[in-house]
Design a protein around this ligand. Structure first.
Ligand code: 4NP
Length: 171
């Protein structure tokens, strides 16, 4: 069975991508699929390396029953581009940075996370860092929608791949 290696990326790795990591971890745990995933998150920048997620991100996640307090911020590393199968950018700026930083032949691994939730009508999880609590709740709404869409896509892909003679597609 395919083991998916997923990396969620934002700017600082203290707000959006830790929430995405926590939401996706809980989703796969609820479905009994945890052993089929390696899930991590990282930041484009190094300002917050070693820190726990922002208190407001921890509180917003906890309001939905998700504990992200044990996460530690880290910066994106060159090896991440080869190690992970899918690298999920929280916004267009992060996606642009990932394209700049990664080898061209690995650009197929880079995705806008919200492309898995087209019903949201946006590609960007707005950066909540300089705003209030409502920005974190809104970010979580978008993240939850995209997490559901991403898992659904991967489960369908796995089902197709498991059928004899079936072709794997691009994921
Ligand atoms: P994140 O939010 O990218 O969602 O973790 C930010 C955290 C810190 C900064 C910017 C965005 N900062 O400029 O320090």
């Amino acid at each position: 069975m395919t083991r998916h290696r997923l990396l969620f990326v934002c700017l600082g790795n203290i707000c959006r991508s830790p929430m995405a990591e926590g939401v996706f971890r809980r989703l796969v745990a609820e479905r009994g699929l945890s052993d089929r995933f390696e899930i991590d998150s990282a930041g484009i920048g190094d300002w917050h390396v070693g820190q726990a997620p922002d208190n407001r991100a921890q509180a917003a996640a906890m309001r939905r029953g998700i504990d992200i307090s044990m996460q530690t911020a880290r910066q994106l590393r060159a090896v991440d581009f080869s190690h992970f199968d899918l690298i999920l950018a929280m916004d267009g700026s992060n996606h642009g940075d990932l394209q700049q930083l990664s080898p061209k032949q690995l650009h197929g691994k880079l995705r806008h996370f919200l492309d898995f939730a087209t019903q949201t009508g946006t590609r960007d999880v707005p950066d909540p860092f300089f705003g209030g609590d409502e920005g974190f709740d809104h970010a979580l709404d978008l993240i939850e929608a995209a997490a559901e869409g991403l898992l659904e896509t991967l489960v369908v892909e796995d089902g197709v791949a498991a059928k004899p003679g079936a072709q794997r597609s691009s994921l």
